[in-house]
Design a protein around this ligand. Structure first.
Ligand SMILES: Nc1ncnc2c1ncn2[C@@H]1O[C@H](COP(=O)(O)OP(=O)(O)OP(=O)(O)O)[C@@H](O)[C@H]1O
Length: 921
């Protein structure tokens, strides 16, 4: 073999080797590649399954072959298991939970199938709440391993607007959806509480034909396609009115105004054609959407592109009529409920319309103002009650933190008293006496508030009444007493609130749930009397009224003032600080100046038995006109009072009755009954002061100089009532025989009184003498001598209590002026000695003088200190200046009333009513 051949062979062999090596390498690579491709295909398949959703993938024709391929089996199985796992929680509980939820928040017509309610008008008035959801169809999660159904419902009234988007093919379904929803709404509530407005860009009539019978009763209004702005204006006006009207109460929306709904919802349905609205309409619509929900305005917008900045639920209906909603999300396919049976819909609407008409035309009575069950409402945030009706719908009056006080006006006979009865009855039926207390003061001549207190003919009384004042027109002080009581109560509440670190009654009640913090409504009928004169009473009343009007609101103290007299209100106008607080204005027919005149003259045209109820200080947009039912006739308020009286808590005390025409009976007076024999200083009761508690005017007979009592006036009857009351009250504080009563009557006309008193004392076992003119000198001289002996220490033992009760002291003056020839002392000297030194020695004189000058004659010239307490009747104030502070100047005498001043106790004098000292009747 040549070397060449040899070389060539070796080369060829090397190449062969190389080829083998390359072939081997290539073979490996392609095997790996195949494996890689396989793996990648399986991964890709799994990604597709999981990405698209196993349910969709299985329905996808492109994937059909792959799904059957053996090599993808594992991926398919794994994905299926994972899906079941992922849906387990939902499958087991989701649909049933949703069903339960809808059942709970969407009762009755809100979600039940139509056969259970369609055709029967609703009765709900909002007091039991408003359904949170309203059913539209059935939902299903198609991607779930075992699809189950559940109800789908959308939020509406007060919660959310609704936007429906359809295609030309599915518009019919959208119409059916809207009709069904509207039927649910109008059938759920009592007719009149939901008013529907329809606007359709395309047609004047035609949309929602089944609902047309509602138009008869004004429950459905169809708007002109060319006049969308009118509808939007109407809604905007309404929103404004509700804002200033209902919402001033401090509530965030009409829905939160406690209890039943007073404002109907307005549901505006706008049908479009998928084109945008004109810019100005769009903007107006956005405003209505933004502010409407809180004011009861609900929008249902169909096929109008909108973007609104407020809660809105969207339902999109696809070509195939399946729907999705924003509430349930894109994975839930909604089969909308079929349209309700078209034969029944118009009939159901006709029934609702009839019912509504029936309500509207029914002549509502006092009984209709009352709730189904009494005393259910809480007064924490305020009190509100219907007082009358506007077209069958109740009109309410509310008193709360933001509408604190009410002013009622109307000429005589216009029905103010009747209005007050309607209002008080309606309130008293709703609030428990623990929630509401009434203080009722009537300055009218006559006794229109006497009904509230127990009387002889009718022993029942209004459980809420804590104080009833009648016949007070001459006792204006009683108005001041009431205002002072309210001011004190206001301060007590403010202090309690401060302790709990809160400012308002509502918060105080939260902080102190066991405390008793009722709202107080104080009614003053014909309040102008209170400001009738330019005197001390008016000044005090003004100051107190201002105080209570300004600060009472947050402490739950509300004033209701009524007046027939323009001048009363005129006087008030000047005091804007007071007047501004009276934001609630009630004007009866022909009332002047109660409303914000001249712009608001609604009271001029008002028919009989109607009232303008205005919570906005009387400005025109706040007017609500109400027909007021008869509340004073037989079987109205009296019947309610009897029922409430029967339910009153067992421990509730009767109201205090202040009747200016009645003479208070001494024996019946709690202050008198409470008197017992005492060791120390006795208390003298002189009469009843004009205060809320009906307490007695008292003088304490301490053993200090000046503790004598003078009664000044010309009438024996007045004087005798005071001396009688005083003496009998003293007698009650001494054990029998422990005190001496020396009565002297020096004027004939007083004799029967003195005689009667003497007998009363003796009957009670006391030792009492009655002398005439002939015995007075001896009595005074002897008493003076005894006192002198005691002062000079001639007699050791202290003197026993001795009371000299002298009628017409001045009648003895001439007689007393005679001097004793031996001692050169006169009877007047003895009298002065008794007055001067008696009290320290438990000897007190209670005397009646028939004039101021006559009293002065009995005293040392210019020194009147020995009369420390006095009660004057028919004496002009200026005459009394030497005996009291300058306020006595304001006193002008009036029958059966005395002015009382105790130098030791008082800074200003008090008006006192003398007692009837006879047996308790
Ligand atoms: N809404 C009403 N329905 C039927 N009768 C009414 C109504 N309101 C008042 N009346 C009757 O009209 C009369 C006068 O009413 P009321 O006493 O309430 O008026 P007033 O304004 O208080 O008058 P005054 O100030 O003179 O007492 C009463 O006999 C009353 O029964």
């Amino acid at each position: 073999m040549s070397r060449r051949d040899e070389r060539r062979r070796r080369i060829e062999a090397s190449f062969e080797e190389f080829r083998r090596a390359v072939a081997a390498a290539l073979g490996n690579a392609s095997r790996e590649l195949r494996q890689l491709v396989d793996e990648r295909a399986r991964d890709m398949f799994e990604v597709m399954l999981r990405g698209e959703g196993v349910d969709r993938a299985m329905a996808d024709p492109v994937l059909k072959k792959a799904l059957q391929a053996e090599r993808f089996e594992r991926q398919l199985a794994r994905t299926m298991i994972d899906r079941v796992e992922a849906f387990r929680e939902w499958s087991e509980r989701g649909p049933s939970r949703l069903t339960a939820l809808v059942n709970a928040v969407a009762p009755g017509a809100a979600s039940w199938p139509p056969e259970r309610w369609l055709g029967r008008p609703g009765t709900a008035d909002g007091s039991d709440g408003v359904p949170e959801l309203w059913r539209i169809g059935t939902g299903m999660v198609l991607s779930a391993p075992e699809p189950q159904t559940f109800p789908v419902a959308v939020p509406l009234l007060d919660h959310s607007h609704l936007h429906v988007v359809s295609t030309p093919d599915s518009r019919m379904v959208a119409d059916a959806l809207v009709e069904n929803l509207l039927l649910r709404l109008v059938s759920y509530f009592q007719p009149g509480l939901v008013n529907i407005h329809v606007w359709d860009v395309n047609q004047l009539t035609g949309s929602l034909p089944g609902l047309y019978p509602l138009t008869r009763a004004g429950l459905l209004t169809v708007h002109d396609p060319a006049r969308l702005h009118e509808l939007l204006d109407e809604l905007s006006d309404h929103i404004r009115r509700v804002h200033t009207g209902v919402l001033v109460e401090g509530h965030q929306s009409v829905r939160s105004v406690g209890g039943r709904r007073t404002e109907p919802w307005r549901v505006a349905v706008l049908f479009g054609n998928r084109q945008a609205l004109r810019e100005e309409h769009q903007q107006q619509l956005q405003r209505v959407a933004r502010n409407g929900l809180a004011c009861g305005v609900q929008l249902i917008i169909v096929d109008i592109p909108v973007s609104v900045n407020s809660p809105i639920e969207t339902v999109v209906i696809a070509e195939d009529q399946s729907a999705t909603t924003t509430m349930t999300g894109k994975h839930v396919t909604v089969a909308l409920d079929p349209q309700f049976p078209q034969t029944q819909v118009p009939r159901a609407c006709a029934t609702i319309a009839e019912k509504r008409e029936e309500r509207r035309t029914r002549l509502s009575t006092f009984a209709d103002l009352l709730p189904e069950s009494f005393w259910q409402d809480s007064s924490a945030a305020g009190v509100v009650a219907p007082v009358g009706y506007d077209e069958g719908e109740p009109v309410h009056v509310g008193l709360g933190d933001t509408s604190p006080h009410a002013l009622i006006g109307g000429p005589s006979g216009s029905g103010k008293t009747n209005f007050l009865y309607a209002m008080l009855g309606s309130l008293a039926a709703r609030y428990h006496p623990e929630e509401l207390e009434l203080y009722l003061l009537d300055f009218k001549e006559g006794v229109s508030f006497a009904q509230f207190a127990p009387g002889r003919k009718d022993p029942t009384w209004l459980p809420h009444a804590r104080l009833v004042g009648v016949n007070v027109n001459t006792d204006r002080e009683f108005g001041v007493a009431l205002l002072r009581f309210l001011a004190d109560e206001m301060r007590r509440r403010a202090d309690a609130a401060k302790q709990h670190e809160v400012t308002k009654l509502e918060q105080l009640r939260e902080e102190d749930p066991d405390g008793r913090w009722p709202r107080i409504v104080a009614v003053i009928d014909e309040f102008q009397y209170l400001f009738g004169e330019r005197d001390q009473v008016t000044a005090q009343a003004t100051q107190l009224l201002e105080d209570v009007a300004r600060r009472g609101r947050s402490q739950g103290i509300h004033l209701v003032l009524s007046s027939q007299d323009v001048s009363g209100i005129e006087g008030f106008w000047g005091k804007s600080a007071i007047f501004e607080q009276f934001t609630v204005r009630i004007a009866l027919p022909k009332a002047r100046r109660v409303l914000a005149e001249p712009q608001n003259d609604a009271a001029v045209e008002l028919p009989r038995w109607h009232a303008v109820v205005n919570h906005e200080s009387g400005v025109r947009p706040g007017n609500a006109i109400a027909r007021i039912p008869d509340a004073t006739g037989r079987g109205t308020f009296d019947k309610l009072q009897a029922e409430l009286h029967a339910r009153r808590p067992a421990d509730l005390a009767e109201p205090i009755l202040f009747d200016g025409s009645k003479v208070p009976n001494l024996q019946a007076l709690p202050d008198f009954q409470a008197l017992r024999p005492v060791e120390g200083n006795p208390t003298v009761l002189l009469g009843q002061v004009i205060d809320v508690a009906g307490s007695a005017a008292k003088v304490r007979f301490a053993r200090t100089p000046g503790r004598n009592i003078a009664v000044i006036g010309s009438l024996a009857e007045d004087a005798a009532a005071v001396l009688g009351g005083a003496t009998l009250s003293l007698a009650r504080q001494h054990e029998v025989g422990a005190a001496q009563f020396s009565l002297a009557c020096l004027a004939e006309d007083a004799w029967p009184y003195a005689d009667k008193l003497c007998k009363q004392l003796r009957n009670a076992g006391h030792s009492a003498d009655l002398l005439g003119l002939d015995g007075i000198r001896t009595l005074l001289d002897a008493t003076a001598a005894r006192l002198t002996a005691s002062i000079t220490g001639e007699t050791g033992a202290p003197l026993p209590p001795h009371y000299l009760v002298v009628y017409a002291v001045d009648a003895a003056h001439t007689l007393l002026e005679n001097k004793n020839p031996t001692t050169r002392m006169s009877g007047v000297d003895s009298l002065r000695t008794v007055l001067k030194h008696g009290p320290e020695n438990r000897t007190h004189l209670l005397g009646w003088w028939r004039g101021v000058q006559r009293l002065k004659n009995s005293l040392p010239p210019g020194v009147y200190d020995d009369i420390g307490a006095w009660l004057a009747f028919d004496v002009q104030g200026k005459e009394l200046l030497s005996f009291g502070p300058e306020q006595v100047m304001a006193w002008s005498p009036r029958p059966r009333r005395g002015l009382f001043f105790d130098r030791f106790e008082h800074s200003r004098p008090q008006v006192v009513i003398p007692f009837d000292t006879g047996e308790e009747s």
